[in-house]
Ligand binder design. Structure first.
Ligand code: SF4
Length: 200
Protein backbone atom coordinates (compact mmCIF):
# COMPACT_ATOMS: atom_id res chain seq x y z
CA UNK A 1 0.00 0.00 0.00
CA UNK A 2 1.20 3.52 -0.71
CA UNK A 3 1.12 6.15 2.07
CA UNK A 4 -2.22 7.57 0.83
CA UNK A 5 -3.78 4.13 0.77
CA UNK A 6 -2.50 3.43 4.28
CA UNK A 7 -4.19 6.62 5.41
CA UNK A 8 -7.43 5.57 3.71
CA UNK A 9 -7.17 2.15 5.38
CA UNK A 10 -6.71 3.68 8.83
CA UNK A 11 -9.62 6.04 8.23
CA UNK A 12 -11.80 3.12 7.16
CA UNK A 13 -10.90 1.25 10.36
CA UNK A 14 -11.75 4.29 12.43
CA UNK A 15 -15.13 4.69 10.72
CA UNK A 16 -16.00 1.03 11.31
CA UNK A 17 -15.04 1.26 14.98
CA UNK A 18 -17.48 4.17 15.45
CA UNK A 19 -20.21 2.98 13.08
CA UNK A 20 -23.86 3.03 14.14
CA UNK A 21 -25.39 2.56 10.71
CA UNK A 22 -27.43 -0.49 11.64
CA UNK A 23 -28.94 -2.08 14.73
CA UNK A 24 -26.03 -4.50 15.17
CA UNK A 25 -24.08 -1.69 16.82
CA UNK A 26 -26.35 -1.85 19.88
CA UNK A 27 -25.19 -5.16 21.30
CA UNK A 28 -21.66 -5.43 19.97
CA UNK A 29 -18.66 -5.39 22.26
CA UNK A 30 -16.09 -4.88 19.53
CA UNK A 31 -16.31 -4.29 15.82
CA UNK A 32 -14.37 -6.85 13.80
CA UNK A 33 -12.71 -5.04 10.91
CA UNK A 34 -10.54 -7.87 9.59
CA UNK A 35 -7.03 -9.23 9.88
CA UNK A 36 -4.15 -10.08 7.60
CA UNK A 37 -1.52 -8.57 5.35
CA UNK A 38 -2.74 -5.69 3.21
CA UNK A 39 -0.52 -6.81 0.32
CA UNK A 40 -2.40 -10.14 0.13
CA UNK A 41 -3.50 -11.84 -3.09
CA UNK A 42 -6.51 -13.51 -1.49
CA UNK A 43 -9.29 -12.07 0.68
CA UNK A 44 -11.64 -14.33 2.58
CA UNK A 45 -15.11 -12.96 3.33
CA UNK A 46 -17.23 -14.69 5.96
CA UNK A 47 -20.70 -13.88 7.24
CA UNK A 48 -20.32 -11.99 10.52
CA UNK A 49 -18.52 -12.14 13.87
CA UNK A 50 -19.53 -14.69 16.51
CA UNK A 51 -19.13 -14.47 20.28
CA UNK A 52 -15.34 -15.05 20.33
CA UNK A 53 -14.80 -12.56 17.54
CA UNK A 54 -17.05 -9.98 19.23
CA UNK A 55 -15.02 -10.37 22.44
CA UNK A 56 -11.58 -10.13 20.79
CA UNK A 57 -12.23 -7.88 17.79
CA UNK A 58 -10.53 -10.49 15.56
CA UNK A 59 -12.13 -12.54 12.77
CA UNK A 60 -12.46 -16.33 12.83
CA UNK A 61 -10.88 -17.04 16.22
CA UNK A 62 -13.56 -19.41 17.58
CA UNK A 63 -14.20 -23.04 16.63
CA UNK A 64 -15.18 -22.15 13.07
CA UNK A 65 -12.02 -20.09 12.80
CA UNK A 66 -9.87 -22.98 14.00
CA UNK A 67 -11.48 -25.20 11.40
CA UNK A 68 -10.90 -22.55 8.74
CA UNK A 69 -7.21 -22.49 9.67
CA UNK A 70 -7.05 -26.28 9.40
CA UNK A 71 -8.81 -26.28 6.02
CA UNK A 72 -6.39 -23.69 4.68
CA UNK A 73 -3.18 -24.98 6.23
CA UNK A 74 -3.69 -28.76 6.44
CA UNK A 75 -5.99 -29.17 3.45
CA UNK A 76 -4.60 -26.52 1.13
CA UNK A 77 -1.06 -25.85 2.39
CA UNK A 78 -2.01 -22.18 2.39
CA UNK A 79 -0.66 -20.31 5.45
CA UNK A 80 -3.59 -18.43 7.01
CA UNK A 81 -1.38 -15.41 7.70
CA UNK A 82 -0.88 -14.84 3.96
CA UNK A 83 -4.58 -14.07 3.48
CA UNK A 84 -6.73 -11.15 4.55
CA UNK A 85 -9.81 -12.31 6.45
CA UNK A 86 -12.94 -10.25 7.03
CA UNK A 87 -16.73 -10.56 7.15
CA UNK A 88 -19.80 -9.21 5.38
CA UNK A 89 -20.90 -7.39 8.54
CA UNK A 90 -18.44 -6.06 11.09
CA UNK A 91 -20.65 -6.41 14.18
CA UNK A 92 -22.01 -9.59 15.73
CA UNK A 93 -25.60 -10.54 14.91
CA UNK A 94 -27.32 -11.59 18.19
CA UNK A 95 -27.56 -15.34 18.92
CA UNK A 96 -25.32 -16.00 15.93
CA UNK A 97 -28.20 -15.48 13.53
CA UNK A 98 -27.43 -14.63 9.93
CA UNK A 99 -27.10 -10.94 9.14
CA UNK A 100 -30.19 -9.62 7.35
CA UNK A 101 -30.02 -8.22 3.82
CA UNK A 102 -30.51 -4.74 5.28
CA UNK A 103 -27.59 -5.17 7.69
CA UNK A 104 -25.37 -6.53 4.92
CA UNK A 105 -26.37 -3.60 2.74
CA UNK A 106 -25.70 -1.08 5.52
CA UNK A 107 -22.22 -2.55 6.06
CA UNK A 108 -21.41 -3.07 2.38
CA UNK A 109 -19.63 0.25 1.94
CA UNK A 110 -16.93 -1.01 4.31
CA UNK A 111 -16.47 -4.35 2.57
CA UNK A 112 -16.50 -2.64 -0.82
CA UNK A 113 -13.86 -0.16 0.34
CA UNK A 114 -11.73 -2.95 1.82
CA UNK A 115 -11.82 -4.88 -1.46
CA UNK A 116 -11.05 -1.74 -3.45
CA UNK A 117 -8.03 -0.90 -1.29
CA UNK A 118 -6.72 -4.48 -0.96
CA UNK A 119 -7.26 -5.13 -4.66
CA UNK A 120 -6.88 -8.93 -4.37
CA UNK A 121 -6.63 -11.41 -7.25
CA UNK A 122 -9.02 -13.81 -5.52
CA UNK A 123 -11.99 -13.35 -3.17
CA UNK A 124 -13.17 -16.47 -1.33
CA UNK A 125 -16.72 -16.18 0.00
CA UNK A 126 -17.71 -18.50 2.84
CA UNK A 127 -21.34 -19.58 2.88
CA UNK A 128 -24.51 -18.11 1.43
CA UNK A 129 -24.38 -14.64 2.97
CA UNK A 130 -21.28 -13.14 1.30
CA UNK A 131 -21.69 -15.24 -1.84
CA UNK A 132 -25.27 -14.18 -2.50
CA UNK A 133 -24.63 -10.62 -1.40
CA UNK A 134 -21.62 -9.99 -3.63
CA UNK A 135 -22.96 -11.92 -6.62
CA UNK A 136 -26.49 -10.52 -6.22
CA UNK A 137 -27.92 -13.98 -6.66
CA UNK A 138 -30.38 -16.23 -4.87
CA UNK A 139 -28.48 -19.32 -6.00
CA UNK A 140 -27.33 -21.32 -3.00
CA UNK A 141 -23.82 -22.17 -1.83
CA UNK A 142 -24.32 -25.89 -2.54
CA UNK A 143 -24.48 -25.23 -6.27
CA UNK A 144 -22.02 -22.31 -6.34
CA UNK A 145 -19.21 -23.72 -4.19
CA UNK A 146 -16.09 -24.76 -5.99
CA UNK A 147 -16.84 -22.63 -9.05
CA UNK A 148 -14.85 -19.63 -10.26
CA UNK A 149 -16.94 -16.54 -10.95
CA UNK A 150 -15.72 -13.28 -12.46
CA UNK A 151 -16.66 -10.52 -10.01
CA UNK A 152 -15.56 -7.09 -11.22
CA UNK A 153 -12.43 -8.59 -12.76
CA UNK A 154 -11.58 -10.50 -9.57
CA UNK A 155 -11.79 -14.30 -9.36
CA UNK A 156 -14.48 -15.06 -6.80
CA UNK A 157 -14.53 -18.57 -5.34
CA UNK A 158 -17.40 -19.63 -3.04
CA UNK A 159 -16.79 -22.31 -0.40
CA UNK A 160 -18.86 -23.75 2.42
CA UNK A 161 -18.74 -21.81 5.69
CA UNK A 162 -16.74 -23.66 8.38
CA UNK A 163 -19.69 -23.32 10.81
CA UNK A 164 -21.72 -25.44 8.41
CA UNK A 165 -18.92 -28.00 8.31
CA UNK A 166 -18.89 -28.15 12.13
CA UNK A 167 -22.52 -29.29 11.92
CA UNK A 168 -21.74 -31.82 9.17
CA UNK A 169 -18.92 -34.01 10.42
CA UNK A 170 -18.93 -36.67 7.69
CA UNK A 171 -15.88 -36.87 5.45
CA UNK A 172 -17.48 -39.39 3.07
CA UNK A 173 -17.09 -38.67 -0.65
CA UNK A 174 -19.62 -36.03 -1.68
CA UNK A 175 -20.05 -34.69 1.88
CA UNK A 176 -19.58 -30.94 2.50
CA UNK A 177 -16.24 -31.59 4.25
CA UNK A 178 -14.99 -33.81 1.44
CA UNK A 179 -16.00 -31.18 -1.13
CA UNK A 180 -14.34 -28.42 0.90
CA UNK A 181 -11.06 -30.34 0.91
CA UNK A 182 -11.34 -30.49 -2.92
CA UNK A 183 -12.14 -26.78 -3.06
CA UNK A 184 -9.19 -25.68 -0.96
CA UNK A 185 -6.87 -27.68 -3.20
CA UNK A 186 -8.36 -25.92 -6.24
CA UNK A 187 -7.80 -22.60 -4.45
CA UNK A 188 -4.17 -23.49 -3.76
CA UNK A 189 -3.66 -24.48 -7.42
CA UNK A 190 -4.99 -21.09 -8.53
CA UNK A 191 -2.73 -19.25 -6.07
CA UNK A 192 0.25 -21.26 -7.35
CA UNK A 193 -0.70 -20.37 -10.91
CA UNK A 194 -0.73 -16.67 -10.05
CA UNK A 195 2.60 -16.92 -8.29
CA UNK A 196 4.03 -18.87 -11.25
CA UNK A 197 2.85 -16.10 -13.60
CA UNK A 198 4.75 -13.57 -11.46
CA UNK A 199 8.05 -15.33 -12.05
CA UNK A 200 7.66 -15.55 -15.85
FE1 SF4 B 1 -21.95 -0.36 11.09
FE2 SF4 B 1 -21.57 -2.64 9.83
FE3 SF4 B 1 -21.61 -2.61 12.49
FE4 SF4 B 1 -23.88 -2.23 11.11
S1 SF4 B 1 -22.63 -4.10 11.14
S2 SF4 B 1 -23.16 -1.01 12.86
S3 SF4 B 1 -23.13 -1.10 9.31
S4 SF4 B 1 -20.11 -1.61 11.17
Amino acid sequence: MSIDINEAWDELKRRVSECQKCGLCKKRNKTVFGEGPTDCRVVIVGEGPGADEDATGKPFVGKAGQLLTSILEDGGKIPRNTLYITNTVKCRPPENRNPTKEEAQACSEFLEAQLLLLHPDIVVTLGNIPTQFLLKTTQGITSLRGTWVNWRGIKLFPMFHPSYLLRNESRAPGSPKYLTWQDVKALKAEIDKLQGADTL
